[in-house]
Structure formats: structure tokens, C-alpha cells
Design a protein. Structure first.
Length: 352
């Protein structure tokens, strides 16, 4: 009986037992608020470029907005601020380099973009006085090369001097890469001529005329290996391919004016201003750049210069020997010709 009662109570209790409360489910933490992005970081996100780097500009009197550059590519057209009574002395990797105007820390379009973990980079401005700029007395050589050869005795024929020894070219590029030279971009050279930008005394621009096959096959790999910024003046009626290297800027050697006219001189001094401008405009559209041209054969006159200006180009280089200084004629810039038989010692005597 007791056993039966106990069992009944147990059953009743079970029947009337209050169900145990369900175990509370684990609480889900709310998502963290999105990070607050700086203006420059928003630019990177908006660009959608996985290699994008936000570059900010800072310094006395600087109001340049940030811009997106591509990591591993050369900087594209960094701003060149202008201010009355002052000369811009370049962008630098840090404030100390800017304060000292340390050439090793100066950044321009001959440098590739690097970025921090947040995909940001800040460049620092430096300035100097016009009298300091004048006292520097910088004279910029624009080197002029043509074709290249690996033959110890060079190429036969009357164009022998045009073919530069490839081993000498390699030595030249190593000398420039290792010698602390500054490699100005063309917009920097223009601002320098205006007296608005300081270029250090050890500045040099490297150019090649014609985009010959020996240039593409022999010389470009050497410039690329040494990270030396070069300009290839391209005859666009003969070559319309994109640049072979990030270290080669392709600029105009005209579209179809590298041909002798009726008087044996180049079309550049035979055609009308309108014809010259139309040809150069065609060339610029193919290259995607309207900045500087090289006169075919070095032939030019006032009409040629008018055609260059009418086409919207700012600079033109000749084959005349000399150095670019403050106040130089932008449409008749001299160059330093490099001939077969010249060595790196000759280069050093010409550019310091």
C-alpha cells in the first residue's frame, strides 16, 4: 500500500509538475559600428582599386586634396604648388626630410608608390626662396640616345654614332641609379624653367629617339632593371603599342613628320602651322599624353614652334647641345647627345 501510494504521488507530482524553464539561448553580440574613415580612406574605398593608396599632402600653405595612387606604380603627376615669393622644393617622405630638403627623401614621378597598412601615405612639402633657387644654379642635362648595339666595333655605315654600346648603356644606367641623381618629370622641368620649382644640381633626364627595335629589346630591360625613368620619343605612325615598362614614358616624336620634305629638311619646317598641329594632335591621342615632343632630325623654326603650341604641347626638345636652366626656351630645349664610343666616364664628365 505504501508502495502504491508513493507511486501515485510520484505520478501526480509528475503530472502537475511545473515544466523547467528552457535554457536561455546564447546572447548574440550586436555588430560593431563601422570604422570611421578619413577622407583619404574613403577615396580608396570609392576607387574600388585593390592596389589603391590614399596620398595626403601636408606642409606650410598646402591645401591639395588627397588623391589615390596605385601601389607599385609610379606616382602620376604629383601636384606642384605655386606661391608668390616662394619656390616649391618638392615632396618628401617625412617632415624631417622636407625640413632638410634631403634629396634622398624627395618623392616624385620617378618613384613607385608605397603605402602603410591602412593604405595611406603622407607627403611633406618643402619651400625655398627665389634667391636660394637662383643660387643653386641648377643646369639640367637631357640625355639623348638613339639605337643600341652589342657589337664591340659598332654598326657600319654613316649612322654608326647613333648606335650606343649596350654595355656602356648598362654602365650609364647603373651610374645614374647609384649616383644619387634626381630624375625630374616633364611637368617638373616646366615649373623649374618658370622659376617655380627647385631641382637639385644632380638632376638628369634620360631620353631615346625613335623607339627603335634595339631600344625596345636591348635598352628598356636595362632601364627597367635599374628603375631609371626614361622617355621614349615615339613616331606613332610606326609604333602604337603601349609602353613596354613603367619606367618608360612614351612621348611624341610626331605622328608622320619624321620624313624629309621637298627641300630635304623635315616636314616640321615644311608644313603649315595647322598641319603640324593636326599631326601632333593625332600623335597625342595615340600616346595618351600631350606634354613634350622631340623635333624630327632636330629641325625646327618659328613656324614649328607655333604648331607645337597650337597643338597644346608645353615643351619641345631639339638636338642642339646644352643644358636646361631657369628661363630656357620651352619650345627649343637643348640636349646632350650620347654617341657610340662614349663611356660612363664621358657621361660623368657631362652630368657630374
Amino acid at each position: 500500500m505504501l508502495t502504491m501510494l508513493a507511486g501515485g504521488l510520484t505520478g501526480l507530482a509528475a503530472a502537475h509538475a511545473v515544466p523547467a524553464a528552457a535554457a536561455p539561448s546564447a546572447l548574440v553580440a550586436p555588430p560593431p559600428p563601422p570604422p570611421i574613415l578619413s577622407d583619404s580612406q574613403r577615396l580608396v574605398v570609392a576607387s574600388g582599386d585593390p592596389t589603391g593608396c590614399a596620398v595626403d599632402f601636408t606642409g606650410d600653405g598646402i591645401s591639395e586634396p588627397p588623391r589615390v595612387e596605385r601601389i607599385g606604380q609610379r606616382y602620376e603627376r604629383l601636384p606642384i604648388p605655386r606661391a608668390e615669393g616662394r619656390v616649391f622644393a618638392g615632396w618628401y617622405a617625412d617632415a624631417a626630410s622636407a625640413q632638410a630638403r634631403d634629396g634622398a627623401g624627395r618623392i616624385n614621378g620617378a618613384d613607385t608608390v608605397t603605402c602603410d597598412a591602412r593604405r595611406e601615405r603622407t607627403l611633406h612639402a618643402a619651400w625655398m626662396t627665389p634667391s636660394e633657387n637662383a643660387a643653386a644654379a641648377t643646369a639640367v642635362p637631357i640625355l639623348m640616345y638613339h639605337q643600341f648595339t652589342d657589337k664591340p666595333d659598332g654598326e657600319p655605315g654613316w649612322l654608326k654614332l647613333n648606335f650606343y654600346g649596350i654595355s656602356d648603356w648598362r654602365a650609364d644606367m647603373e651610374y645614374i641609379a647609384d649616383g644619387g641623381f634626381y630624375l625630374p618629370t616633364w611637368d617638373e622641368l616646366e615649373a623649374f624653367i618658370d622659376g617655380a620649382l627647385y631641382l637639385p644640381p644632380r638632376s638628369v633626364i634620360v631620353t631615346d629617339d625613335d623607339a627603335d627595335s634595339t631600344w625596345l629589346q636591348m635598352a628598356v630591360p636595362v632601364a627597367t632593371q635599374n628603375h631609371v625613368l626614361t622617355t621614349s620619343f615615339v613616331i606613332t605612325s610606326a609604333r602604337q603599342a603601349p609602353t613596354p615598362s613603367i619606367w618608360v614614358q612614351q612621348r611624341s616624336h610626331t605622328h608622320d613628320m619624321h620624313t624629309a620634305g621637298a627641300n630635304g629638311r623635315g616636314r616640321m619646317v615644311n608644313w603649315t602651322v595647322e598641319q603640324i598641329a593636326a599631326d601632333l594632335d593625332t600623335s597625342a591621342k595615340i600616346l595618351g599624353a600631350k606634354e613634350v615632343i622631340a623635333y624630327p632630325y632636330g629641325h625646327y623654326d618659328d613656324r614649328s614652334k607655333q604648331g607645337v603650341a597650337a597643338a597644346g604641347f608645353d615643351l619641345a626638345v631639339t638636338t642642339e647641345h646644352g643644358y636646361v636652366r631657369i628661363g630656357s626656351d620651352k619650345l627649343a630645349l637643348p640636349r646632350v647627345r650620347m654617341n657610340f664610343g662614349m663611356t660612363v666616364d664621358d657621361l660623368a664628365s657631362l652630368i657630374g
